[in-house]
Write a protein that binds this ligand. Sequence first.
Ligand SMILES: Cc1cc2nc3c(=O)[nH]c(=O)nc-3n(C[C@H](O)[C@H](O)[C@H](O)COP(=O)(O)O)c2cc1C
Length: 135
Amino acid sequence: MLQITYHSRAEASFARSDFASLLSQCQRHNQRDSISGLLLYDGSRFLQAFEGPRDLVDRCMSRISLDARHTAVHVHSRRLITEREFGTFAMTTISQGENSPDHLLDEVKGLIAGVASPRLQALFIGFAAMRRPLL
Ligand SMILES: Cc1cc2nc3c(=O)[nH]c(=O)nc-3n(C[C@H](O)[C@H](O)[C@H](O)COP(=O)(O)O)c2cc1C
């Protein structure tokens, strides 16, 4: 299996209210392609890791890089893995709303507990710890 992690900047035209439909689109496609992962969005930036069959993950990354809803797509890592590290759901995100920043940070820590690379873990923890308004 292949795992890719990247971050990007949401286009100014991408509204917070657009996130729910983006997420359900990801979940639909990923279910079909046996891809799972974690997608974080803080109102201006995305951080996503996804994993699954090699060809399908590469193809998914090609579609994602061409998507006009975000820009400055930067791939952090592309690793071969033997077991899924981000869980088994098509695409997970963290809940928003009344949760405190500390609670959200804990939630992210729980979701990345199975990630083997300390560097990758630090990337997700750092993103969540920025405590932008949505987080
Ligand atoms: C931040 C972000 C994350 C995305 N994540 C996924 C994903 O995990 N899986 C996926 O299939 N598409 C994802 N997409 C959507 C793709 O870029 C693309 O719009 C979608 O796969 C459409 O494919 P289609 O042309 O076959 O309908 C993402 C888009 C953005 C902006």
